[in-house]
Structures are given as structure tokens and as C-alpha cells.
Design a protein around this ligand. Structure first.
Ligand code: ACO
Length: 426
């Protein structure tokens, strides 16, 4: 039978159901295996473990395909906008005109944060990493805007607050880090234009958002909006499975995103390109170093747990990068280094055999730099983009009434032994 898997253990055969997804992906449902046989499965890093069934994002890493709710990322990046894509991810369908207008209005009118929350910024050191600030401020939102889910509208309100306020919190953390007064949000502006305004406007002069820059930023946020069960998203679902509130769950996702092997890679890419340039720009040498395991160096922005082909987002960003640099008349030497690095790596056997391609972070940092976003804010930009995906995944998990996440383990420590009083220990 095609929908049954047989597993032979200790000379006994167990039948387990096979689950097939809408794109033909197959899984063996092992949830009863321990009860039946005493065995668990072991898969450190969840390399081959599905933690859930999800209808939000489809990713085919072998063929470089990414779709949100069935819509190809290329079409959404070209024709849609970040708030429409956010609605699609969170609510499952593209909104009609009224639904979109109401969602945009909700997100636009919740951008202010409680004045008392401003005081928190005074407590952070001026050099505080903005990811630490973002995670803390989002967790703190739960104390100012407790989410009491009595009606469906309560969840929607929390969603709109999170989407709106995370941009304000992020921009203000930058303003505080440079010792400038915070800029209040402007409801007449679009989501991205408003963010740029809060980042770069000053009370002392007129600041006009370049619409092409706002569009490029919007595209970047779309590309980051969801990516199925990655490290931060799974963290959101795991935290939320204890029925922790949405703010607390998202705050844990922000922390998980921070690391250089995940969202922190965009910052690490720029730092790597700067080092390569500073040390003479011998790209072949750096590629050789990346191939030498004993060096401890990896090409940041290369490789992906799931993509064993071009990350489709990297292709779109590379093009957007060229467009924005041209629009702003910027010539960034780091872009030249990145392109040469990509060219060498893509023709090198080590990278070909291991199927290591540039990922979303390889070019996004160059685009952020061109827009004027400081390096340590790059991962924050990723978090703003990922917000609707995290929310959608949290909502799906809660609405699906998923059980609390609680993996098992194989214990490898000492077996039972008796306690020895300190004076008798050797
Ligand atoms: N440079 C050089 N070698 C690499 C790289 C790299 N960037 N990435 C993987 N490899 C090698 C590994 O050494 C390993 O070699 P081996 O099989 O001989 O031991 C092989 O390729 C497989 O790598 P793993 O680390 O086992 O793959 P995994 O799926 O666990 O890790 C990861 C994926 C973390 C993304 C990895 O490719 C990496 O560290 N890349 C650089 C950091 C980065 O760009 N992260 C952003 C990912 S995208 C995102 O999160 C948004």
C-alpha cells in the first residue's frame, strides 16, 4: 500500500501512515512509533524532520522554487506590495479592495508606541545591538498591550499593532544609537516610506523619501516575509505552542534570527566583504580559505539548509541591487567583490559538489548599505520583513490547536550512581 510505510525493528514490522502534501511531498508519520515499538527517531538539527503540516509557504530547494500561499515569489515581488503580501500570508488569500484598505489603515494607525515605552530606550547602552533592543521591546509590548483573545478582532488588533510598531521600535533604536531625537511616524506615508522617514528624517531639515528606494525596500521585505519552518519560525511556533502570547512568541523568533548562521548572515556578509577588501581583495585566497575546514572560515551568504540550487530571492535581490545603486548613482566596491566572489565560487568544484549557492543574504546587505541602513540594523530589517510570516505561522499553529512542542532525546550521560558527600570525594 502506497500510503503505509513499513518499519522493521527487532524482527517486528510496524506499519506507519504516509502523509502526502499538496505538492507531492511525502512524510512518514512516526508519532505512534514509540508507543508501538519503544523507538524514537533521532535527527539533530531537524535535517529530515517535518514539525508540522502548513499551508503557508511552499519551498522546493532542489528546484529553487518559493511560493507564498501558492503564488510564486517572483510574481509577488514584481506586482504586489509588502502589506498585501502580509495579508496574504496571515489570512490565506489575497485581500479584496476593502479588506486591503482596512488592513493598511489598521497597520498605519497603530505605528505610535506608548510614550512610557520610550523610557526603555534610555536604559539601553548607546552601543546596544538593535536586535537585542527589538527583541526586548517586542516582549515589553505584551505588558503595554496585553493580548486578551476574547474575540477574533482581538487577534487582528494584536497583529496590526505588531506589524505597525515593530517598524517604529526598530527605527527608534537606530536614532537612539546615534544620539538623535526619535522621529514620530507619519500616517500619510506608506509602510516603507514611513520607516525611511523615521530612520533618516531630522527635526532640523526636510526629508523626502525617494520613492524608488521605498519600492526597493518594499521588495526586500516581500522577499523576507516567510520561509516555512526555519530556525526563527520554528522558534515562534515552539514558543507559541505553550500558549505564550503573540508578542512573547515573536520576541523569541527575533532572538533566534539574530545568529550569523541565520538572519545575522547579512551583517556577516558585509563584514566579510569589508575584510576581503581591506586585506587586498585577493578573492581566490578567500575562496581557498572557505574550502579549508581548518581555517574556520565560511563564505557568508553562501549555502542553505534547503536550497540546493539558486535561492530565487537572491536572483531578485541581485537585480534590485543593481537598479538601486544605479538610481542613487552609487558605486560600491563591495558589490564588485561580491560579484567576483560569486563568479569564482559558482565555478569551483567544492561549491558545485556541495551545491552551495548565494542565499538571500548575499546581496541584501549591499542594498541596505546603498539605502543608508547601518550594518548592525541589517538583521533588524530582516525581522521587520519576516514579521507577517512569523505571525501567520503562529496563527496557523494556534488555530490548528497544535500540541505543545516537546521533542525527545537519547540520553548519553552517566547511568544511575549514588551521591557521595563532598569530604569523601577524590
Ligand atoms: N562556505 C564554505 N563551506 C560551506 C559553506 C560556506 N558558506 N556552507 C556549507 N559549507 C560546507 C560545510 O563545510 C559542509 O561540508 P562537509 O559536507 O564537507 O562537512 C557542507 O558544505 C554542508 O554544510 P553544513 O553546515 O552541514 O550545512 P547546513 O545545512 O547545516 O548549514 C548553513 C547551512 C548554516 C546556511 C551553511 O551553509 C552556512 O553556514 N552558510 C553561511 C552562513 C549563511 O549564509 N547563513 C544564512 C543562511 S540563509 C538564512 O538563514 C536567511
Amino acid at each position: 500500500m502506497a500510503n503505509i510505510a513499513e518499519i522493521k525493528l527487532d524482527n517486528k514490522t510496524y506499519e506507519l501512515p504516509v502523509v502526502v502534501g499538496s505538492e507531492g511531498e511525502k512524510a512518514i508519520d512516526i508519532s505512534t512509533l514509540r508507543d508501538l515499538s519503544g523507538y524514537i527517531t533521532l535527527d539533530t538539527g531537524f535535517k529530515n524532520t517535518g514539525s508540522t503540516q502548513s499551508a503557508i509557504t511552499f519551498l522546493d530547494g532542489e528546484n529553487g522554487i518559493l511560493r507564498y500561499r501558492g503564488y510564486p515569489i517572483e510574481q509577488l515581488a514584481e506586482k504586489s506590495n509588502f502589506l498585501e503580501v502580509s495579508y496574504l500570508l496571515i489570512y490565506g488569500e489575497l485581500p479584496n479592495k476593502e479588506q486591503l484598505a482596512s488592513f493598511i489603515s489598521g497597520v498605519t494607525h497603530h505605528t505610535l508606541i506608548h510614550e512610557d515605552m520610550k523610557k526603555f530606550y534610555e536604559g539601553f547602552p548607546s552601543k546596544a545591538h538593535p536586535m537585542g533592543v527589538l527583541a526586548s521591546m517586542i516582549a515589553a509590548m505584551s505588558t503595554f498591550y496585553p493580548d486578551v483573545y476574547k474575540t477574533e478582532g482581538d487577534v487582528d488588533l494584536t497583529i496590526q499593532r505588531l506589524m505597525a510598531k515593530c517598524a517604529t521600535v526598530a527605527a527608534w533604536s537606530y536614532k537612539k544609537s546615534i544620539g538623535h531625537p526619535v522621529m514620530y511616524p507619519q500616517n500619510r506615508l506608506s509602510y516603507c516610506a514611513n520607516f525611511l522617514h523615521m530612520m533618516f528624517a531630522q527635526p532640523t531639515d526636510d526629508y523626502h523619501v525617494n520613492p524608488k528606494v521605498a519600492d526597493a525596500l518594499d521588495k526586500l521585505l516581500i522577499l523576507h516575509a516567510d520561509h516555512e519552518q526555519n530556525c526563527s519560525t520554528s522558534t515562534v511556533r515552539v514558543a507559541g505552542s505553550s500558549q505564550a502570547n503573540l508578542y512573547a512568541s515573536i520576541s523569541s523568533g527575533v532572538s533566534a534570527l539574530w545568529g550569523p548562521l541565520h538572519g545575522g548572515a547579512n551583517q556577516a556578509v558585509i563584514e566579510m566583504l569589508q575584510t576581503i577588501r581591506k586585506e587586498g581583495g585577493n578573492i581566490g585566497e578567500w575562496v581557498a580559505k572557505a574550502k579549508d575546514k581548518s581555517s574556520g572560515f565560511r563564505l557568508m551568504g553562501f549555502g542553505h539548509r534547503v536550497y540546493k540550487n539558486f535561492d530565487p530571492r537572491a536572483k531578485i535581490i541581485k537585480k534590485a541591487c543593481d537598479d538601486v545603486l544605479q538610481e542613487l548613482g552609487i558605486k560600491d566596491p563591495l558589490l564588485d567583490i561580491a560579484k567576483q566572489l560569486e563568479e569564482i565560487a559558482l565555478t569551483d568544484n567544492y561549491f558545485i559538489e556541495k551545491k552551495l549557492y548565494p542565499n538571500v543574504d548575499f546581496y541584501s546587505g549591499i542594498l541596505y548599505r546603498a539605502i543608508g541602513i547601518p550594518t548592525d540594523m541589517f538583521t533588524v530589517m530582516f525581522a521587520i520583513g519576516r514579521m507577517p510570516g512569523w505571525i501567520a505561522q503562529w496563527k496557523e499553529m494556534r488555530e490548528g490547536k497544535e500540541p505543545i512542542a516537546r521533542p525527545r532525546q537519547i540520553y548519553t550521560g552517566p547511568v544511575n550512581r549514588d551521591y557521595v558527600l563532598v569530604e569523601k570525594r577524590k
